[in-house]
Design a protein around this ligand. Structure first.
Ligand SMILES: *[C@@H]1O[C@H](CO)[C@@H](O)[C@H](O)[C@H]1NC(C)=O
Ligand SMILES: *[C@@H]1O[C@H](CO)[C@@H](O)[C@H](O)[C@H]1NC(C)=O
Ligand SMILES: *[C@@H]1O[C@H](CO)[C@@H](O)[C@H](O)[C@H]1NC(C)=O
Ligand SMILES: *[C@@H]1O[C@H](CO)[C@@H](O)[C@H](O)[C@H]1NC(C)=O
Ligand SMILES: *[C@@H]1O[C@H](CO)[C@@H](O)[C@H](O)[C@H]1NC(C)=O
Ligand SMILES: *[C@@H]1O[C@H](CO)[C@@H](O)[C@H](O)[C@H]1NC(C)=O
Ligand SMILES: *[C@@H]1O[C@H](CO)[C@@H](O)[C@H](O)[C@H]1NC(C)=O
Ligand SMILES: *[C@@H]1O[C@H](CO)[C@@H](O)[C@H](O)[C@H]1NC(C)=O
Length: 441
């Protein structure tokens, strides 16, 4: 099979610094021999030709990653260290040191990414979507030969074999620039590893590899589901369901962006960030919305990159029923508009403070009480799952909610996929609640 052949050819034998030659002659010869690095598995392996009392292996990769391990022994008596989080495409220095009969020995191995600088694929990113699929894309490196033929490999467990891309996407020049996966690893696997290498008739092509990507952050969800808007005489209550997700995640790891746009004389658009909840709700003071307002929302994982925002939900219209639009109503309206603006500001401040607190005190992952609904004390109303909030019990005023034809407003914006590289686009205070960076473990 192509895969197992590929696997064999992967075992790059790296020059072992003359140990063998000296072996018979000298007593103090290094016990470490046959040092190899498998750059796909990120596994350093070697053999020892006599008993060693202590061993240690280290890896250094630019710009600043280094790690060390106590080696493991495999069934055939060889030793190995695996560095799954190391990124090797910028090269690496690996060392094995050992103590034998009281003498210390050290074996160094310099690994280089063969091929001209700039030949590797660039701008790699992947997106999981519609629960079952994944798309990855990249661009040819600036110095890639014209006949470059890239190959993408992925795996979720460093000990297991890699899988090659099943369906390549080619650009106008016939160069492979993307991949579609229709069969993903089981959703219990949450780290995805990727490697893009390539071949050319003219030259070697450098590969590019990445730290494991967290699949949960790569998922693009469907838009918020089952949105309803109800009016109780003074307020509109907007509710929706969390989207279906491929990976099990706590509600509070979802981040919503709500857009409320009023039409008419005091037209304005508010965007509000809100964390997910078991029962999502947002209250709009009734008259603030003006005669006609629209609502739409989108969602992504708290740590998802901007490209993972769902498409917008269909735009829903809502408004205050006919009666009660007098002078006072207008005053009330503008008051309520500034009130809404104030709340938005308060929310932003709360979110900013929250993200600072996060930086200072990184949370224990998956602790559900982390947020405790503290984000929106003024706006969000809590109540039992299966009942309406206070003030909503006898409401008969459930407004008809109509989908506007999916024209200009309901349309999805062009989306960029989640990026493996850092995305500079991620700024703006109102987004901070949703897009703060996780403190690396
Ligand atoms: C690319 O990587 C795969 C998987 O590790 C390997 O089988 C193949 O030999 C590599 N190709 C080149 C040209 O290095
Ligand atoms: C060196 O390692 C390679 C690959 O692991 C193996 O095939 C070979 O037999 C080893 N040679 C010695 C001398 O251990
Ligand atoms: C390996 O080298 C490191 C530093 O170079 C040293 O601290 C460590 O004790 C050595 N380990 C052995 C087993 O020699
Ligand atoms: C490996 O170590 C040498 C000497 O310390 C250094 O010059 C080189 O840059 C290192 N290479 C990598 C890839 O870290
Ligand atoms: C994923 O890739 C397939 C095949 O190229 C394409 O038809 C589809 O629109 C892509 N989907 C997304 C969400 O990018
Ligand atoms: C994930 O599920 C697969 C099959 O359902 C199982 O073989 C594998 O051991 C599971 N992995 C983890 C990390 O739970
Ligand atoms: C939408 O509501 C229906 C009916 O209550 C429910 O079956 C479905 O699961 C909901 N959708 C989502 C995504 O929660
Ligand atoms: C409508 O709901 C809001 C928020 O739950 C509540 O403050 C208000 O008193 C309710 N109004 C009426 C007329 O019930």
């Amino acid at each position: 099979m192509a895969t197992s052949l590929g696997f064999l050819s992967l075992l790059v034998l790296v020059t072992s610094t003359g140990c063998e030659d000296a072996a018979s002659a000298q007593e103090n010869v290094s016990p470490i021999t046959n040092v190899t690095l498998d750059p796909r598995k990120k596994m350093l392996a070697w053999a020892c030709r006599r008993t060693v009392s202590q061993q240690e292996c280290t890896i250094d990769t630019p710009p600043d990653y280094s790690a060390w391990q106590t080696p493991q022994v495999s069934a055939d008596g060889t030793y190995f260290c695996v560095f799954p989080n190391a990124v090797l495409h910028r090269g690496a220095n690996l060392t094995v040191n050992a103590t034998a009969n009281g003498d210390a020995f050290k074996h160094e191995l310099a690994f280089e990414n063969a091929g001209p600088e700039g030949s590797a694929a660039v701008g790699f990113s992947c997106l999981i979507y519609s629960l079952h699929f994944m798309n990855c894309s990249w661009e040819p490196g600036p110095a890639a030969p014209a006949d470059v033929r890239y190959r993408l490999f992925t795996w979720t467990d460093p000990r297991e074999d890699e899988v090659e891309c099943p369906y390549y996407v080619v650009d106008a020049d016939g160069v492979r620039v993307g991949c579609h996966f229709d069969k993903l690893a089981p959703p219990n696997q949450t780290d995805y590893f990727f490697l893009v290498n390539g071949t050319s008739e003219q030259t070697a092509v450098q590969f590019v590899d990445f730290k494991p990507l967290q699949a949960m952050r790569m998922e693009k969800y469907g838009p918020p589901a089952n949105i309803t808007i109800q009016y109780n005489g003074s307020c509109h209550l907007i509710q929706w369901d969390n989207p279906e997700t491929r990976f099990e995640i706590a509600s509070h790891m979802l981040c919503y962006e709500l857009e409320i746009q009023s039409e008419g004389s005091s037209a304005r658009r508010d965007r509000v960030s809100q964390r997910g909840d078991d029962r999502n709700a947002y209250v709009v003071p009734g008259p603030a919305a003006g005669a006609q307002s629209t609502f739409r929302a989108r969602v992504k994982h708290k740590y998802g990159r901007p490209g993972t925002w769902s498409t917008w939900s269909p735009t829903l219209r809502f408004g205050v029923p006919e009666q009660g639009f007098g002078g006072p109503g207008v005053v009330q309206a503008s008051l309520a508009v500034s009130f809404a603006a104030l709340l938005t500001t308060a929310l932003m401040l709360l979110c900013a403070r929250f993200s600072l607190r996060r930086k200072l005190f990184p949370p224990v992952p998956q602790v559900k009480t982390e947020l405790g609904g503290s984000l929106m004390p003024g706006l969000q109303v809590s109540w039992d799952k299966d009942s309406l909030p206070p003030g909503w019990e006898e409401s008969e005023d459930i407004l008809t909610v109509e989908d506007t034809p999916s024209g200009a407003r309901g349309q999805a914006e062009p989306e960029r996929p989640a990026s493996a590289v850092d995305d500079p686009e991620n700024t703006g205070p109102e987004r901070r609640a949703c897009e703060e960076k996780e403190v690396p473990a």
